[in-house]
Design a binder for this molecule. Structure first.
Ligand code: T5A
Length: 213
């Protein structure tokens, strides 16, 4: 089985923090690990990331343009980094993948679920995570954490961090729906809990998955 892991969740859910832990744990077991993120993970993807998160605010980005930019970044990411790394036997951990597109662009923005899912499958081209951590936190807490971090880094809020609380609540609903549809792949972890507890639970899930793969 290809070892492809995605880490998903709303803003400030703790994805980057957990990915550092997962990487260390896998490397201690002698596995070669590639960590990456979306949008990003390639030169083109990082350029698209800039466009998506820090585009000029005087012209709102329409939902379909946003969708296709995320998908374009993913297509490049899959073919230039993810697929070759998996084929070389490495473990790939990505910070966000198609579940984010379904939650943000479909459930939260309102684009039709079946159409967005079909486009995601086209772009993935059979490169699908076999393990997904859904880090679940009350959006009020998550957005506060993300904004605090952006302020500390003096970079200002990005375009999605600026969205309303209702938008972030719809994003969470989207992830919960996917969890319901794919309970064999997606594991929910409550990240309102302290980091050591989050890591302990994630470590158990990871070890069970490794034993099966
Ligand atoms: N997007 C992305 C779409 O709309 N569609 C798509 O298809 C894709 C792929 C990406 C944006 O793009 C959108 C979603 C996003 O809005 P991003 O920079 O990747 O932007 O933004 P986030 O994914 O939100 O990443 P963040 O870096 O903001 O959050 P993380 O990585 O989830 O959180 P992390 O680990 O940096 O932690 C944030 C803070 O919380 C603390 C950490 O120490 C840190 O200070 N923390 C905890 N505190 C207490 N308890 C815990 N358990 C904690 N875990 C972490």
């Amino acid at each position: 089985m290809r070892k492809f892991i995605s880490v998903e969740g709303g803003e400030g859910a703790g994805k980057s923090t957990l990915i550092r832990f997962l990487r260390k744990r896998l490397e201690e077991k002698g596995l070669e690990v590639v960590t990456t993120r979306e949008p990003g993970g390639s030169f083109l993807g990082e350029e698209i990331r800039e466009l998506l998160l820090h585009v000029r605010r005087d012209e709102p980005v329409v939902a379909k343009a946003e969708l296709f930019l995320f998908l374009a970044a993913r297509a490049q990411h899959v073919e230039t980094l993810i697929r070759p790394s998996l084929e070389a036997g490495k473990v790939v951990i990505t910070d966000r993948f198609s579940d984010s597109t379904l939650a943000y662009q479909s459930t939260a923005r309102g684009l039709t679920l079946g159409e967005v899912r079909h486009l995601c499958e086209l772009v993935e081209d059979h490169i699908t995570p076999s393990l997904t951590f859904f880090l679940d936190v009350d959006p009020k807490i998550g957005v506060r954490r993300a904004r605090k971090r952006s302020l500390k880094a003096e970079v200002g809020y990005d375009r999605l961090e600026e969205e309303s609380l209702q938008f972030h609540e719809r994003v969470r609903d989207g992830f919960l729906k996917q969890l319901e549809n794919s309970p064999e792949r997606i594991f929910r972890i409550d990240t309102a809990k302290p980091i050591p507890e989050v890591q302990e639970r994630a470590g158990e899930i990871l070890d069970q998955w490794l034993a099966k793969s």
